[in-house]
Design a protein around this ligand. Structure first.
Ligand SMILES: [Zn+2]
Length: 259
């Protein structure tokens, strides 16, 4: 991968991250959330640990060797110190003062799934209000609007609470593989119980669209609770939206998705 390509990808990642970090959107505060982008087959940019998405610049990211990070997912039990050391060794610039976020592990895996070039992980208040609720899992068990399906796909991947770091990345990997077996394609979004949202995109525009649509969907679900709870679309309704040519065309317009 030529350096100019890497620079262009980093510029796109910075712009996407700043958009996700805008305070008015209420997706993250302080150092919450992290973003990443794939650079060729074996490298990635990821937000440095502790950096804020709001107003982030290129200095807020580190470039890491994705293969080295993935090796940690197959390495058996690792102590916190071993994980930190593994992430440090994965840095392309060994002299970097910054460290990759511990969530680099799940970014590294998800950037290897089909057609994923950019990832935005946020903790939107509207979405977490549901993911942190006792009935949260049931509240997101069905689809509520055609737009949700057009932008976010047939269903999110839901993950029960797991300790962040290696255990969470392994759970996301196992559940993504199960999801692909069930639906025949990868998820567009991941909902992590008591934690937050991951939007997976071919483009930054798609990541932003998925995040915005999930926040709106979460607000609708919360509102629907005042009138007896969400009334989910039937499986037939959902399948029809997924395959209608006009909806596929609309999705391309909204997300830049070329599939
Ligand atoms: Zn998080």
């Amino acid at each position: 991968m030529a350096n100019t390509d890497g620079k262009m990808i980093l510029d796109q990642l910075v712009a996407m991250s700043r958009a996700l970090g805008e305070p008015a959107r209420d997706y993250v505060i302080l150092g919450e959330g992290n973003t990443s982008a794939r650079v060729g087959d074996d490298r990635m940019f990821v937000k440095a640990s502790g950096a804020r998405l709001e107003g982030i610049t290129a200095d807020g990211f580190v470039e890491v060797n994705r293969g080295r990070v993935l090796g940690m997912l197959d390495a058996g039990e690792l102590t916190d110190a071993e994980v930190e050391e593994g992430l440090r060794k994965a840095l392309v610039d060994a002299n970097s003062k910054r460290r990759p976020s511990v969530e680099t592990l799940l970014h590294a895996y998800l950037l290897g799934t089909e057609g994923v070039n950019f990832i935005g992980h946020t903790h939107p208040t509207a979405v977490n209000a549901i993911l942190c609720s006792r009935e949260g899992k049931q509240a997101v068990a069905g689809r509520i609007c055609p737009d949700e399906i057009v932008v976010c796909g047939v269903a999110p991947l839901s993950i029960d609470y797991v300790d962040p770091g290696v255990p969470l990345a392994r759970a996301v990997r196992a559940e993504t593989q199960r999801y692909i077996g069930q639906y025949g394609s990868r998820p567009q979004s991941v909902l992590m119980q008591n934690h937050g949202l991951i939007a997976l995109g071919a483009t930054p525009t798609q990541v932003e669209a998925i995040t915005a649509t999930w926040v709106k969907t979460a607000r609708i679900i919360t509102g629907a609770m005042a009138f007896g709870g969400p009334r989910f679309l039937s499986d037939d309704n959902v399948a029809r939206i997924c395959t209608r040519p006009d909806e596929i065309h609309r999705r391309r317009g909204i997300t830049g998705d070329r599939r």
